[in-house]
Write a protein that binds this ligand. Structure first.
Ligand code: FES
Length: 188
């Protein structure tokens, strides 16, 4: 009897063993599927530009069509960029301000390239919470100081894009750029 019982247990063990093996096989197949995805993912991510490459990207801007008093909106490193040619009056207004009295003290000279004071190049990103200010587009509200106006919470920037009123803590950021000719700049 004891032998029969053992034999029955042996059969049951074998049956369970088979089921367990099936499970292990199914699990292995599933893992192979996941493994395939895991291999694919790095390949896809390698094909996208890395953060380093994006960070080093430059943008060339043609200035020839921008008349005094006009500005354009373009894109630099996936963010809005404003390029503006100031009029004599706008330059005079910016220069008339005592920079030391400003929230973020900077002169127009410090925010432009020497000898090219009429070209104001700034990021189009409000330094409060990152909205895109108005003032670069034709007919847009330039705010109380004639520069840019952020409608999100009412920040006013002057003709040198310096913060003059409202919650923004800093002037619009001037990115690194250089003139590649009299009518073109390379930003970045
Ligand atoms: S994001 Fe511009 S004022 Fe708040």
């Amino acid at each position: 009897m004891a032998t029969e019982v053992q034999g029955t247990e042996a059969v049951m063990d074998e049956g369970e063993g088979v089921r367990r093996r099936d499970f292990i096989n199914i699990a292995a197949v599933s893992f192979a599927g996941v493994g395939g995805l895991a291999v694919l993912y790095p390949l896809v991510t390698q094909m996208s530009p890395s953060a380093d490459v994006l960070a080093q990207a430059t943008t060339e801007v043609d200035l020839s069509a921008i008349q005094p008093g006009q500005a354009i909106k373009t894109v630099f490193r996936s963010q809005p960029l404003f390029v503006r040619q100031l009029t004599e009056k706008e330059i005079a207004e910016a220069d008339a301000v005592d920079a030391s009295s400003l929230r973020d003290p900077q002169t127009l000279e410090e925010r432009t390239i020497e000898g090219k004071k009429q070209w104001l190049v700034t990021m189009g990103v409000c330094t409060h919470l990152g909205c895109v200010p108005l003032g670069a587009g034709e007919g847009e509200n330039k705010g109380e100081y004639g520069g840019y106006f952020c409608p999100c919470h009412g920040s006013h920037y002057d003709t040198a894009a310096r913060i003059r009123k409202g919650p923004a803590p800093k002037n619009l950021v001037v990115p690194e750029y250089q003139f590649t000719s009299d009518t073109a700049i390379l930003v970045g």
